[in-house]
Design a protein around this ligand. Structure first.
Ligand SMILES: NC(=O)c1ccc[n+]([C@@H]2O[C@H](COP(=O)([O-])OP(=O)(O)OC[C@H]3O[C@@H](n4cnc5c(N)ncnc54)[C@H](O)[C@@H]3O)[C@@H](O)[C@H]2O)c1
Length: 468
């Protein structure tokens, strides 16, 4: 064989190999790169596993709950549950017995019986083995959400997991596979989908006020400076120090995924992500942990394209001084909604400025509708869920009421044998974005294919809705 022919064969082989190579990075699931895109294999459903799309269980007269994790977040959940009818709080668990004891006081101060107490690293295992628990409510550090949730589901319990439900793609599949095998609910406790502006704007979007929604934005921009010392064992900074990507995406991501009917007619197709260098984060980990590097950026942006040609932008910044901001922005063919920093709506000029002569120098001509018109719209399109529990939610509180609405809906759906508002596929889709983004960044913002946790069933449900 001629030398040039041999060179040509070797070159072809090398190109073929480089188009489809296994990468060795720290990703939790192996991936290949093909046609300029990072791709994951979607694992087959194991025998006995069944889809949980639209999953419901027999109505429960009482929902018997056990809480795990009673730090800054957990006790508020215990308190909120005392206001919900049809609930029994049967067990409380934290690493530290004194945190369990103070949560018991929430119950006794309301004349409720004490719950069983568990503490230590593995106390949750005993809690999950109890016969009198239907739902395990998990408010622990991110690092042990999935271990506890999988353990609880293996005991046949339904689980509700604080955000993000999981920290990696592998953990997301663990949640999906265990829930499908055990045929139990696995929901994510994403409270922001129930906030007043978000739920009203979702209702308006579903009624077509924005036309076809093309682009949405969400964020978690919250300077956590006052909180870093409060997380038990420094778990949050420890996680950020080790992980790149949008590690706390769901407050911004969840609400806009509902607007776009994700896995109810549309599907997250692929993402690209980019971040800044770490400056404040790096200084913080040096000061608090004595480490020289911080993997997580001061500011991260992730862009996701859906199968139906929509675009989602999410941002994460917990490091620089900025006003709190979850963005929540909807751009449609007929209108626009924006929550932060100024909440308002915009519609086509002819719909709001009928008396104005068009003036191309007036940069305000495409402004938000007037405040009174906004208020009228907010009232007109108030979501039925807010009509039902909005007032009591504001009284009970929890981030202005949305936390109560979330807990109320969880119990309502279980007691009425309805599908939960957020299913295990939402939990996985919203939680894996951190690791997917990190992989994109590792490859200079290369596109990463979004795994389809429904395994091809994303188009079976016609639009997102809350079960009634
Ligand atoms: N949805 C929201 O608005 C919101 C707000 C705050 C926090 N969170 C989420 O809530 C979770 C907890 O956050 P936090 O701010 O309360 O943190 P935290 O550090 O204050 O509390 C975590 C608690 O879990 C306990 N814990 C740790 N390991 C445990 C184990 N093995 N068994 C039992 N308990 C264990 C700790 O002792 C601690 O009391 C996180 O997932 C966080 O992201 C959500």
């Amino acid at each position: 064989m001629k030398f040039t022919r041999i060179v040509s064969i070797i070159t072809t082989l090398l190109i073929a190999l480089s188009c489809c190579k296994i990468e060795k990075t720290s990703s939790s699931v192996p991936y290949t790169i093909k046609d300029g895109m990072i791709r994951f294999e979607v694992p087959q459903r194991a025998q006995g596993q069944k889809s949980l799309l639209g999953f419901k269980t027999a109505p429960m007269e009482k929902v018997r709950v056990g809480f795990v994790g009673l730090g800054m977040r957990g006790p508020g959940a215990v308190e909120r549950f005392t206001y919900i009818e049809g609930v029994e709080i049967n067990a409380l668990c934290d690493l530290y017995p004194d945190r369990v004891a103070s949560a018991q006081q929430i119950l006794t101060s309301k004349g409720l019986p004490e719950a069983a107490s568990y503490s230590g690293e593995e106390g949750w295992k005993e809690l999950c083995a109890r016969e009198d628990i239907d739902l395990v409510y998990i408010c622990t550090p991110w690092q042990n959400h999935v271990e506890i949730a999988v353990g609880a589901m293996k005991n046949g319990k339904h689980v509700a997991i604080e955000v993000p439900a999981a920290t990696s793609l592998k953990e997301c599949w663990d949640l999906v596979n265990t829930a499908e095998r055990m045929q139990v609910h696995c929901t994510i406790l994403e409270n922001c989908v129930y906030d007043f502006f978000e739920l009203t704007a979702l209702n308006m979007a579903q009624k077509g006020l924005f036309g076809e929604v093309l682009h949405v934005e969400g964020a978690y921009i919250h300077n956590l400076e006052p909180f870093w010392d409060e997380y038990q064992g420094n778990w949050r900074l420890d996680f950020n120090q080790k992980h790149r990507g949008d590690v706390y995406a769901t407050h911004g991501f969840g609400p806009v995924c509902q607007v776009l009917d994700i896995h109810r007619g549309d599907r997250l197709d692929y993402l690209v992500a980019m971040d800044t260098k770490s400056v404040n984060g790096k200084a913080l980990v040096k000061a608090k942990m004595g480490k020289d590097e911080c993997a997580n950026a001061d500011h991260t942006i992730t862009l996701i394209r859906t199968a139906n040609g929509k675009m989602i932008e999410i941002q994460h910044n917990v490091m620089t001084p900025r006003p709190y901001n979850r963005l929540y922005q909807i751009t449609g063919t007929e209108g626009f909604a924006n929550k932060y920093p100024i909440s308002g709506f915009t519609f086509k000029p002819e719909n709001i400025d009928s008396d104005d002569v068009p003036d191309h120098e007036n940069l305000n001509s495409h402004r938000f509708i007037p405040e009174d018109a906004k208020e009228a719209l907010m009232k007109k399109y108030m979501h039925p869920i807010h009509k039902e529990v909005g007032e009591i939610a504001k009284k009970v509180g929890g981030h202005g009421g949305m936390d109560f609405v979330m807990d109320y809906r969880l119990v309502y759906c279980l007691r009425n044998g309805l599908p939960l508002d957020m299913d295990v596929y939402d939990a996985a889709e919203w939680s894996c974005v951190g690791e997917l983004g990190a992989i994109s960044m590792f490859h200079n913002s290369m596109p990463v294919e979004y795994p389809d946790f429904t395994r091809g069933e994303w188009n079976k449900i016609d639009g997102f809705d809350f079960a009634k």
